[in-house]
Design a protein around this ligand. Structure first.
Ligand code: SF4
Ligand code: SF4
Length: 476
C-alpha cells in the first residue's frame, strides 16, 4: 500500500499494484542556445583541427600508398614511413599507456578538457547542432517548431536537417572505413556500386552510430554511456581547474535594472537570467555546483561573460577556477603555482619517460623481423661426414617498402653452418618463409639441446641485423 494527499489534505490509500515507478529518468529534450566567445572559438578550433585530420589524413599519399592505413586483411599497419606488423603490438601498448597517462595528467590539472574540446561525441554534437541551428534556427525557434503541429513547412525543415545529418554521418562512416581499406579504392567501389558486404556494413554501422549519437543521444551518451564521466572524480583534487560559479560573488541572485546599485539592494552579481543554463549542452545549472554531467565545455563561461559585459560588471562570475582558489580568493598566479603538486609531477615524469622511450624505440627500430620455428616434420638426423642436421623454418619480415636480400648465418656451436641457400629475398613490406638446414659435427655440442643463434643481415645495409635464438638438437 502507498498513500498520497487529497486536496483537503487527507491521506488517500492507493493499492501498491497501482504505484508506477519509472526505471529511467524521462528525458527532457535540450535545446542549447548558440553561444559566442573565447571558449566557443577554442571549441570550434578543435572541431576544425580534429576533423581536418580525420577527414583529410586518409587521403594523404605516401610512397605510392595511403599515408595512414590499418590494413587488417594483410595484417600490416602503415603510418607514414613506418610499417608495423602484429609483432609490434608492443608499440600499441605503449601508445595506449601514453594516452591513459595523458588523460590522467590533463584531468588532474584542468578537469574535463578532453570532454569539452576534443571528444568525438562533443565534436560531432557541435557539428550536428550547427546544422540544426542553420536549418531550424536558434533555441526559441527550434522549441516552437517542435511544439507546432505537423505542416509542410515543418516537414520541409525536418527533412532538410535529417538529409544533411545523414550525408555527414555516411561520410564519417566512409572515412572511418577508409582507414582500414585504401580510401581511393573504396571511393571507386562506392561510385561503381560494387562495395563488398563488410565495407557496406561498417560504413552503415559507423554512419548510423554518428547519426544516432550526435543527432539524438547527445548528452545522454556523456551522462549514461561514457565511463570516463563516472571515474573522473577520483582524478580531481581541490587544485584541479574546473568550471565554477562564484557563489560568494553571485548570490543573492535576482533581476535588476542596469543602473540599479545591486549591492545597495542586497544583490550579488548574478542577474538570474538563466542564459548559462540555456547554453548548456547537458542542460544543467552550474550554479548548483560541480556536477558529473558537466562536460567542461565552458559555454556557460562565454554566456555569463556576455551578460556581465552588458551589465557593466567584471567578467568571470562563472570561470575556470579551483576549489582552493575559490575558498582562499586566489588569483591566477596562485592557481598556476599550485599546478606542480606531487600527483601532477609523478604523472609528468612517467609520461615524459614513456614518450622518450617510445621515440627512442622508434628511432632505433630495426626494419626487419625474424621468427624461428623448428621444422616438426624433420627432427635431428645424422647426415654424411658424421654431421648432425636440424631443419628450421625462418620467417623473415621486411618492414621497409623496398625489396631486400638478407644473408642468413648461424653461430653458437663450433663449425656450425648453413647447409641450404643462405640468401633470402623479401619483397617490399613482405614476408618470406624458408626451410633452413643447419649442420654441425657430432662432437661439436653436448647431447640434447644446444643454444644457437640465427643471424639475419641485410645485404645492402650491415646495420640491419637481427639475432634470433634457437635450439640445435644433437643425437648420439
Ligand atoms: S555547466 Fe557549463 S561547462 Fe558544464 S556542460 Fe554546462 S555549459 Fe558546459
Ligand atoms: S548567465 Fe551569469 S548572470 Fe545569468 S544566471 Fe547564469 S550565472 Fe547568473
Amino acid at each position: 500500500m502507498s498513500a498520497e494527499r487529497t486536496p483537503s489534505g487527507a491521506a488517500k490509500v492507493i493499492p501498491i499494484q497501482e504505484v508506477e515507478q519509472a526505471l529511467y529518468e524521462v528525458r527532457k529534450k535540450i535545446y542549447p542556445r548558440a553561444v559566442h566567445g573565447t571558449f566557443a572559438a577554442w571549441r570550434w578550433a578543435f572541431v576544425w583541427l580534429t576533423q581536418l585530420i580525420f577527414y583529410g589524413l586518409c587521403w594523404l599519399p605516401w610512397n605510392d600508398r595511403q599515408a595512414v592505413l590499418f590494413d587488417l586483411v594483410h595484417r600490416k599497419f602503415y603510418i607514414f614511413g613506418w610499417v608495423f606488423w602484429p609483432q609490434d603490438v608492443f608499440y600499441l601498448a605503449i601508445i595506449l599507456i601514453i594516452s591513459a597517462l595523458s588523460l590522467f595528467l590533463f584531468t588532474t590539472v584542468a578537469g574535463r578538457l578532453w570532454c569539452g574540446y576534443a571528444c568525438p561525441q562533443t565534436v560531432y554534437t557541435e557539428m550536428f547542432l550547427w546544422v540544426e541551428r542553420l536549418v531550424e534556427g536558434d533555441r526559441a525557434k527550434r522549441m516552437k517548431l517542435d511544439g507546432a503541429p505537423i505542416s509542410a513547412h515543418k516537414l520541409g525543415l525536418k527533412t532538410a536537417k535529417h538529409t544533411i545529418w545523414i550525408a555527414m554521418a555516411l561520410w564519417t562512416g566512409f572515412t572511418f572505413v577508409g582507414y582500414f581499406t585504401p580510401i581511393r579504392e573504396l571511393a571507386a567501389e562506392v561510385v561503381s556500386a560494387s562495395l563488398g558486404p563488410w565495407e557496406t556494413f561498417w560504413i552503415l554501422f559507423y554512419g548510423f552510430a554518428t547519426y544516432g549519437n550526435a543527432g539524438f543521444m547527445r548528452e545522454q551518451v556523456c551522462k549514461y554511456m561514457c565511463p570516463y564521466a563516472r571515474f573522473q572524480g577520483v582524478m580531481f583534487d581541490p587544485d584541479t581547474l574546473v568550471i565554477t560559479y562564484d557563489r560568494e560573488r553571485g548570490d543573492p541572485r535576482g533581476a535588476r535594472g542596469r543602473k540599479t546599485d545591486h549591492r545597495a539592494a542586497g544583490l550579488g552579481d548574478c542577474v538570474d537570467c538563466e542564459i548559462c543554463v540555456q547554453v548548456c549542452p547537458t542542460g544543467i545549472d552550474i550554479r548548483n555546483g560541480l556536477q558529473y554531467e558537466c562536460i567542461g565545455c565552458a559555454a556557460c563561461i562565454d554566456a555569463c561573460d556576455q551578460v556581465m559585459d552588458k551589465m557593466g560588471y567584471a567578467r568571470g562570475l562563472i570561470r575556470y577556477s579551483t576549489e582552493n582558489a575559490l575558498r582562499s580568493h586566489w588569483g591566477r598566479a596562485d592557481i598556476l603555482r599550485h599546478i606542480a603538486r606531487p600527483r601532477v609531477i609523478v604523472y609528468t615524469v612517467f609520461l615524459t619517460a614513456i614518450v622518450v622511450a617510445l621515440m627512442w624505440g622508434l628511432a632505433v627500430r630495426v626494419p626487419l623481423k625474424v621468427n624461428v620455428m623448428r621444422d616438426r616434420a624433420a627432427l635431428a638426423r645424422e647426415v654424411e661426414n658424421e654431421q648432425i642436421e636440424n631443419v628450421f623454418r625462418l620467417q623473415v619480415m621486411n618492414t621497409t617498402e623496398a625489396a631486400r636480400r638478407y644473408r642468413v648465418s648461424v653461430e653458437g656451436m663450433q663449425e656450425i653452418s648453413i647447409a641450404s641457400e643462405p640468401l633470402i629475398e623479401v619483397g617490399p613490406a613482405g614476408s618470406h618463409q624458408v626451410a633452413v638446414r643447419v649442420r654441425a659435427p657430432r662432437g661439436a655440442g653436448r647431447s640434447g639441446a644446444n643454444t644457437i643463434w640465427f643471424v639475419v643481415r641485410a645485404e645492402d645495409d650491415q646495420r640491419v641485423v637481427v639475432r634470433e635464438k634457437a635450439s640445435f638438437l644433437v643425437i648420439r
